[in-house]
Structures are given as C-alpha cells and as structure tokens.
Write a protein that binds this ligand. Sequence first.
Ligand code: SGN
Ligand code: CA
Length: 495
Amino acid sequence: MTFRKIIALLAYLLPLLVLAQQKKPNIVWIFSDDHSYQTIGAYGGRLESLDPTPNIDRLAAEGMRFDKAYVENSICAPSRATLLTGKMSHMHKKVDNTKKSVFDHDQQQFQKILQKNGYQTAMIGKIHLPGKMQGFDYWEVLPGQGKYYNPDFITEEGDTNYKGEYVTDVITDRALNWLENEREQDKPFMMMVHHKAPHRNWDPAERHMGKYEDVEIPEPENFLDDYATRTTAAHKQEMDIATSMNLERDLKASGDLYANDPRFKSRYEKIAKENMKGEELTKWKYQTYMKDYLRCIWSVDESVGEIMKSLKEQGIDENTIVIYSSDQGFYMGEHGWFDKRFMYEESFRTPLIVKWPKTVKPGSVNTDLVQNIDLAETFLDLAGAPIPEDMQGKSIVPLLKAETPDNWRKSLYYHYYEYPGAHSVRKHEGVANKRYKLIRFYGQDVPNGEEWEFYDIKSDPSEMNNIYASTDYAKSISEMKTELIGLRAKYGVTK
Ligand code: SGN
Ligand code: CA
C-alpha cells in the first residue's frame, strides 16, 4: 500500500473510530440511602396512592423495573463495597459498618476499569467507605453518614462546608455542575449521584414539610406483629417503632434538639399536651416517621427529575442509561419495624429501575433474581470493558434486552454479620429462591448457637409463618439446605 493510500485510509477510518468511541453510552446512576421499594409509586402496594415519586415513576415508565432485585448483606457500607467490587462481603472484606472491617481502596473496583477503558468517572454524595476514593476523575463525598443540614463534603483537594444548605440539594447541584460544566464533552461518562436521604433521622427539606400533613398513611397488615412463630432474633431486635424509635432525634417532638425549630412546633405541642401511650403512641410514631421519610424522598425524586431534564436539554438523553437503586430495602412499619439488616423481604429486596433508550422496552418489568453483586459487571458490560473473572455477579445486560439466559441464577445467597451492633440483629445467612426462603441465625446470643427459619413465600408473602418445624415441608427444607451449601461453595464462604 502506498503512503498516500495509507493516509487516505486513515482519514476515512479515524472519524469512524471517534464516532464509535462517542457512541458508547453514558451511565448516570442515581442512588439513595435506605430507600424502600414500598415508597416508590411504580412498585405499587399500599403506599402507591400517596404518589410518593412521580419522577422515579417516569423513569420506570420509560425503562425497566426489576421486581426481584436483592442485596447480599442488608447494610450500608458492605452493600456499597459490593456494588463497587462486584463481590460478596466476605470477599471485599467490608462485612459490616464498624471500624473492625476495613475497605481497602486499592482493590479492584469497576470504576477503575471503566476509567482505563475511556470513560470519565464521577462520584458525588454518600459512599460510607472511609479513605480516599480511587478510580474517579472527580469525587466529592460526605464524610461517613454526612449531615442533612450544613453538610461537609470531602474532595481530593480537601473539605468544603455548604452552610445553610440541604444535603440532597447540594448533591443534585454538584452533580448538575459536573454534568453541564465540568466533564469533557467528547468522552463517555459514568456519573454516580448517591444521596444521603432518606437515611435516619429522616430530616426533610423545609419546603416539603407541608406534604402529607393531613394524610393518613396506611399501616401494613402486620404492623402489630407479635413474632409468634419466629426464632429469637425477631423477638430481640431493637428496631421496632414502639420501643426503639425515639421521640427526640427520630421524631423531633421532644427534648432540646429541635425545640426551637418551627418545622416541628405542632409536634412538640401535641406530645406535651396529650399523654399518648401504648398502641396510640406507636401509631402516632408510625405516622410521623412515615411522613418525614416520604418528605425526604420528595427531594430525592426532584433530583431525579432535574437530572433527567438536564440530560434532555444537553441532547444526551438518548445515549444515556439512567439507573435508580438503593443500598438495600427498609421497613415501613412491616413487622412493626424501621431499619433493615434482616433477610426478610422488605430489607433483603431493593429497588432497581433502568432506563436505556432504544434498548429497554419502556414500562417493562423483569422478575429474574438479580443481586447487588451484578451491577459492577453490568456497568463494565454496558461500556464494552473487560469483566474480571473474580467478580461474583452476572451482567444484567441480557435481561435489559429481554433475553434472560436459560442458566440464569435460580437462588440467592445472603449473609449479615453486624452483631453485637446497632439494632441488635443476630448474625444470619440464608438462601432464597422465588418460592422458599431458608435462614440460619447463628453465633452470639442465639440459643444453642444456631436457629433456623423457613418460609413459603408464595403462601406467606409477609413472612409471618416460620414453618421450619413443619414435616409437610421437610423435603423442600432439605433441598434448600443443599442449595445453601452449594452457594457457600460457589461464593467461597468459609465462616
Ligand atoms: C446509624 C443509625 C442506625 C442505622 C445505622 C446504619 N442510627 O447508626 O439506625 O441502622 O446508622 O445505617 S442514627 O440514630 O445515628 O441515625 S447505614 O445506612 O449506614 O447502614
Ligand atoms: Ca443505608
């Protein structure tokens, strides 16, 4: 080939290569802390009529809603470490929220691989993994849990304080600033917008205080659960609304902390005036908790709307995949609880919604078993980047294309480690498929060192009936035990 021809060929190929590079989809991953699927309108259920999330619902209407998305350890820092590494807690080693387990930032994480494969990466908001972030061109994160008001943020360069501002709004503004002004326009990107809300103590933005004021929030059917069939763990937890939720910090209705805050004046008056007790007080606590939680969600939902609007205005919405998910589920009064940690459905399960223009069928619903170990590989797959062998999930890209492989997983492994700890939930592991769930509580403060529960999710979706002792189910229980042993081996669980 002559020199001239080579030049001509290059002149022809180069723009195509640039075009191919640009065609790689952008990914915007909006995430929240402790957002239950029960409080997303698109998921239906008893709270749907409150219309809690119009923008997230729009995302679901334009994308795919995953109805069987789960975590492998229903707690914050481990879940985030799993999302970054694509590995189970015992593999990335951040098994609980305590300082005893440390997340080593030097380890492999999906964003580092994306970066090496031509993606710009940004992380804004809550990450809950102490230490400097790696693999991000831009990062601005909350220290630890962060604060709702006057939040501090940490960047590569140092700390910033946002005086007088509300955390969800700061995260949204910083994300929009990066999206509109800071990123390199000609490169594909992955932007993570990870909100603090609606984490405890559910402190809403001033502008949302009027929402739900005169509304009666429906209670779950098992609000007054007495745990009759359950083992020790459910009886001994410290996450029930009746006794573990406090009037001061959680409900902002007594004590000094919020005494001069006009947002909560009427609550203080009610608590001081009416001598509420027993069931009446528990029900009032539930109403107040739910309203504050839903008000916090409202800011997150606005954030989703603003980011979607910005993508459209920049003309990049068609080539941008938008994902909404959370670090795990949360109890909205089911079993009388708030918080998470247990392998029961409300906290084991988590929201997952994906909009992918021209690929995902708008308004579609997927019911395959997916887990938080899958997202890292999914991001790499979407970016056409290599997927390391030692990641433990599976890319959900085929599911997004409505092409679930025949050998897709039929069961999920779960393991919770933080005991003794906040809310006193005993250590447990378990296995679930679409029909049954087997849970083994073990270790400290579990009688005889081990207690089992078994649920038929089909006939008992609220998990009120532990049928581990039932001879009718002996065969299924034994099969699930075998499955548990198999999953432990598959994922390399040794403890
Ligand atoms: C804090 C909360 C707990 C919550 C943990 C973990 N208490 O300790 O209710 O379970 O965080 O949450 S608080 O009174 O300080 O808010 S997580 O999202 O980080 O896992
Ligand atoms: Ca959390």
